[in-house]
Ligand binder design. Structure first.
Ligand code: 6PG
Length: 237
């Protein structure tokens, strides 16, 4: 596990953007799974401004690691957030944008989206392999839309599953544990003081961390990088 600590959320986003650019320069085409959350929003603004000309966007394919089951025009949609902050500002061909159809029936969409990913990505040991999966972590230790009360989704044999938000009951489509752990790189973007306890427990592998889905993300053959800011890192030794 690599931990990259920066001073502010903007610097955390910049550290990831530099990593993504280096991967692009090395490999050309990249299949990336995006995340919702506050730090990705800052990342998207940064990519759309300072990094806009640095990428050949037609070489990049975007998927989503999780999506809320709402229409693409809904303010809760991770796709909409990405359109507003990034996709509307860069020249990425439409066919490179592979969104979850949040407006469709969740179980059918989880199946369709899983099949699309399996058809488009290379596979290893039966799992599709993303070049980069971006993840956040909630204050309850959830990641993508795998929440502590549905931690069994970490072991699902499917590519995508339907998850339920613990408080609102909102349905979501999420990548499962084996697919996340098959990626060449998994990058957590986590900022803010509210995450500091969970980060310490995860880094120190405390017993309680077993209950946090984020703790179980550990790519089989790929790299795991936590991009975090100083407040989130403040309890680390
Ligand atoms: C989502 C997510 C989710 C998110 C975390 C952290 O769509 O809700 O993908 O896993 O990344 O909840 O969100 P924050 O960065 O806003 O705390």
């Amino acid at each position: 596990m690599d931990i990259n600590i920066t001073s502010t959320p903007l610097e955390t986003a910049r550290a990831f953007a530099d990593y993504m650019l280096a991967q692009h320069q090395q490999n050309g085409q990249l299949n990336i799974a995006l995340s919702g959350g506050s730090t990705p929003k800052i990342l998207f603004d940064l990519l759309a401004s300072e990094y806009k000309e640095s990428f050949n966007w037609s070489d990049i394919h975007f998927y989503w690691g999780d999506e809320r089951c709402v229409p693409p025009s809904d303010s809760e949609s991770n796709y909409k957030m990405t359109v507003d902050h990034l996709l509307s500002k860069i020249d990425m061909p439409e066919q490179n944008i592979h969104r979850v159809l949040g407006e469709e029936e969740p179980a059918e969409e989880a199946q369709r989206y899983g099949q699309l990913i399996e058809a488009n990505l290379p596979s290893e040991n039966g799992n599709p392999v993303f070049d980069i999966i971006i993840l956040g972590m909630g204050t309850d230790g959830h990641t993508a839309s795998i929440f502590p009360h549905e931690i069994e989704l970490l072991d699902s044999t499917k590519t995508c599953e339907v998850a339920n938000h613990p408080e609102s009951g909102q349905k979501r489509v999420t990548l499962t544990g084996p697919v996340i752990n098959a990626a060449k790189a998994v990058c957590f973007l986590v900022t803010g003081e509210s995450k500091k306890e969970k980060i310490k427990q995860i880094v120190d592998a405390e017993d309680v961390a077993q209950n946090y889905p984020a703790f179980h993300i550990n790519p089989v053959n790929g790299e795991l990088i936590w991009f975090i800011d100083e407040p989130a890192a403040s309890l680390l030794a």
